[in-house]
Every structure is written in structure tokens, then in C-alpha cells.
Design a protein around this ligand. Structure first.
Ligand code: NDP
Length: 244
């Protein structure tokens, strides 16, 4: 059976590890990037040399029309799709009393509306084929309140609600919809956190370290596999015990 995946935000960080892992698992992959074209091209070059079949497309997923165009380009390249991984996300952390409207909107538009924009453009196709799988990358920030992250927490809690409701809508067609909720993972996103806070964060994590992108990608690969076909509407924290 062919395995064909769309991954958003595959140019770096967790998304890049997901793309690489799915390619190793035998998937053809189409992924999106927003601005990091060079990084996306370097990934294609490297993974193609390892025998992967993959393509990257530029899209600002805050825009519904761009998400629709990306999904169509991806579907055409892959000649079909079995899996959508919504991963593209941003932070604009600051206390609410100094948060600008644009920062709030950018986070909600990327992290929550962006997931709607892609999913809305593929869900009919999955329903028609009675086949498909959706994995949404949320965050422990969608489960716990974190000071300085009102916009991010709201967007990620929204994704969790979106996932649970869509899982119920899609279950009778056998289409699983799940969330992966990472804790702190070593990527550019967390490298933006000031060094003095990193020390406190690691002290809070029961396993006393950040997660790796590979650990998150391995969980995604499991949820994308036939071994996980009876799992839907769930949120899987991967956080070194942070939410335990
Ligand atoms: P990175 O900052 O490393 O990468 C973000 C990705 O999202 C990039 O591919 C970027 O594209 C893409 N992106 C950003 N804005 C847009 C946009 N408007 N339209 C399309 N694509 C966009 O993030 P991480 O790998 O750290 O995070 C990936 C996901 O995991 C996010 O949803 C994040 O919230 C979540 N997460 C991360 C955690 C962490 O500790 N790192 C913890 C919990 C959850 P480009 O490269 O072109 O800019």
C-alpha cells in the first residue's frame, strides 16, 4: 500500500524530523514552509539522496487560499494523500497586559486557524475515500496555563478541542484524528527562550532534560501507522513527565 503524507512546517525543527522519519518509514512526503526556502531545499536534496520521494511548497498557512493551493499542489505531487500532519506553529510570548493585537492574531491565525485552513481543504477528500489520518501537533501549553503564553495556550487548547470534535465527526469513516502535545523540545522555538529561564524550565521537568525532535517524530510515526488505527480523539503528551 502506498503511504503519502502532507506535513506543514517541515522545513525545520519538529516538522523536519517528522518529514525525515516518515520518509524512512516509506512515505512519500509533501511539506510546506513559509519563509525558509533554503532550508526546505537543503532537506529535499539530503533526503532525496537517501531515496525519499518528497517536495516542498511555500505557503503562508494563515491564509485560507494559500492553504488550499498548498493542499492541491501536495495532492497532485503525491497523487493521493493518506496522512495530514499539522505542525506549523509560532510563539509571540509576552504578558497579556503588553500584548499587541497583531501578535495575538498572528499566533491564533497560524496555530489554530492554520490547522483549520489545511484540514478543511483535505477532509472532504479523506471522507470520499473513507481513508485518511490526521495528527495535530498541539503542546502541553494547551493543557496547562503558562504565564506569558495566553495567545499560545489559547491556540493550543483550541487545537485540542478541534481534534476531539473532528475525531467524533470522522470516526464512523475510520479516520483517526489525534493530538501530540510536546513539552519543551530543543528547536529554534525554545532556543529563543532566555538562558536564565531554560535553567528553571529544566529543573521543573521530572526527566531533567528537554525532549528531542526525534522523540516527537517517533510518536507521530506510531500514530500514523496501522498499529494505531483504533486510537482517535486523544491527546498524547510527550514531555518528560511535566504534565504527570
Ligand atoms: P520551529 O520554529 O522550529 O518551526 C516552525 C515551522 O512552522 C517552520 O517550518 C515554519 O516555516 C513554519 N511556519 C511558521 N509560521 C508559518 C506560517 N504562517 N505559515 C506556514 N508555516 C509557518 O518550531 P518547532 O519545530 O519548535 O514547533 C513545531 C510545532 O510544535 C509547533 O506547532 C509548536 O507550537 C509545537 N511545539 C513545539 C515545542 C517546542 O518546545 N519546540 C513544544 C510544544 C509544541 P519557515 O521555516 O518557513 O519559517
Amino acid at each position: 500500500m502506498d503511504k503519502k503524507a502532507i506535513v506543514t512546517g517541515g522545513s525545520r525543527g519538529i516538522g523536519a524530523a517528522i518529514v525525515e522519519t516518515l520518509v524512512r518509514e516509506g512515505f512519500d512526503v509533501a511539506f510546506s514552509y513559509n519563509v525558509q526556502k533554503t532550508m526546505a531545499e537543503a532537506m529535499i536534496e539530503r533526503l532525496s539522496q537517501q531515496g525519499g520521494r518528497l517536495a516542498a511548497f511555500q505557503a503562508d498557512l494563515r491564509q485560507f487560499a494559500q492553504a488550499a493551493a498548498f493542499i492541491n499542489q501536495a495532492k497532485e505531487f503525491l497523487t493521493g494523500v493518506d496522512l495530514l500532519v499539522n505542525n506549523a506553529g509560532i510563539t509571540r510570548d509576552r504578558s497579556l497586559f503588553i500584548m499587541g493585537e497583531q501578535d495575538w492574531r498572528d499566533v491564533i491565525d497560524t496555530n489554530l486557524n492554520g490547522y483549520f485552513n489545511t484540514t478543511r481543504n483535505i477532509i472532504g477528500y479523506f471522507y470520499k475515500n473513507k481513508r485518511g489520518c490526521i495528527i495535530n501537533i498541539a503542546s502541553v501549553s494547551g493543557l496547562n496555563g503558562i504565564a506569558g503564553q495566553t495567545s499560545y495556550c489559547a491556540s493550543k487548547a483550541g487545537i485540542i478541542g478541534f481534534t476531539r470534535a473532528l475525531a467524533k465527526e470522522s470516526a464512523r469513516l475510520g479516520i483517526p484524528v489525534n493530538c501530540v502535545a510536546p513539552g519543551y523540545v530543543d528547536t529554534e522555538m525554545t532556543r529563543a527562550i532566555p538562558e536564565k529561564h531554560i535553567h528553571d524550565i529544566i529543573a521543573m521537568i521530572p526527566m531533567k532534560r528537554m525532549g528531542t525532535v526525534q522523540e516527537v517524530a517517533d510518536l507521530v510515526a506510531f500514530l500514523a501507522s496501522d498499529k494505531a488505527r483504533y486510537i482517535t480523539g486523544q491527546v498524547f503528551s510527550i514531555d518528560g513527565g511535566l504534565t504527570s
